[in-house]
Write a protein that binds this ligand. Structure first.
Ligand code: ADE
Length: 224
């Protein structure tokens, strides 16, 4: 799976994506992540990627030309029959969830993640992309408004990548399939004392009774 991110702040994404499980997945070539600075696709010397919206109103909107140039520069290296999708991040988009993450991990070879800022991006982008035969969809990561699409892009990359075989350790992914997620965990000490109060690990986890432990865990899980 290759993720191409179009952004005006590539450095925001670099540190998160290069550490831990995602860093390892890239080294193992299970995922490839590339950021593209939208300003590199502007000719004028001021690198102007935005302009005032027609009809007036506060803020600025991303111009369409640099976005289309960035997309074309990414797709020109696609192999024939590549399954690809471009995603625009907007609070008005479809709600992204874990089921979608799993479907995307299976279905797509390439995802283009378009990170908007300010008041949005020129709305013609969708039509133009479709006419260029590129699948394009709007997604939201939740019912709140962020200042840009960079956090949503990282959320998508993280949640999709962990569904790609080999990205999580074998034991972790088997455990997740069996139990779901959200099962509480405890580690040493057995009793933690704070402010004169004792906090104990649930007895069942210390019982050594694997059947009972499994039953307890299943009762606590969150299905996803
Ligand atoms: N851009 C701003 N807020 C957003 C959200 N909640 N989801 C996706 N993109 C956004």
């Amino acid at each position: 799976m290759k993720f191409d991110i179009i952004t005006i702040f590539p450095q925001i994404l670099d540190s998160y994506l290069s550490e831990s499980i995602l860093g390892r997945a890239q080294k193992q070539k299970l995922v490839e992540i590339k950021t593209h600075n939208l300003r590199d696709f502007v000719k004028d010397k001021y690198k102007k990627i935005d302009d005032k919206p027609y009809g007036g109103g506060a803020g600025m909107a991303f111009k369409i030309e640099p976005l289309i140039k960035a997309i074309q520069s990414i797709t020109k290296s696609y192999k024939p029959k590549t399954e690809s999708l471009a995603i625009i991040f907007t609070p008005a988009g479809k709600q992204f969830d874990n089921k979608t993450a799993a479907q995307f991990a299976k279905k797509y070879d390439n995802l283009i993640l378009i990170c908007g800022r300010y008041e949005g991006i020129d709305a013609r982008l969708e039509k133009v992309a479709k006419n260029l035969k590129l699948k394009i969809e709007n997604f939201s990561i939740g019912p709140y408004v962020l200042t840009g699409g960079e956090l949503p892009a990282m959320v998508l990359i993280d949640s999709i990548s962990r569904q790609i075989p080999g990205v999580l350790g074998k034991d972790e992914s088997i455990e997740e399939k069996r139990l779901g997620v959200g099962v509480p965990v405890y580690t040493r000490p057995e009793t933690f004392v704070c402010g004169g109060k004792k906090y104990n690990v649930p007895k069942v986890l210390l019982s050594g009774n694997h059947k009972e432990i499994e039953k307890w865990r299943l009762s606590k899980r969150v299905k996803n």
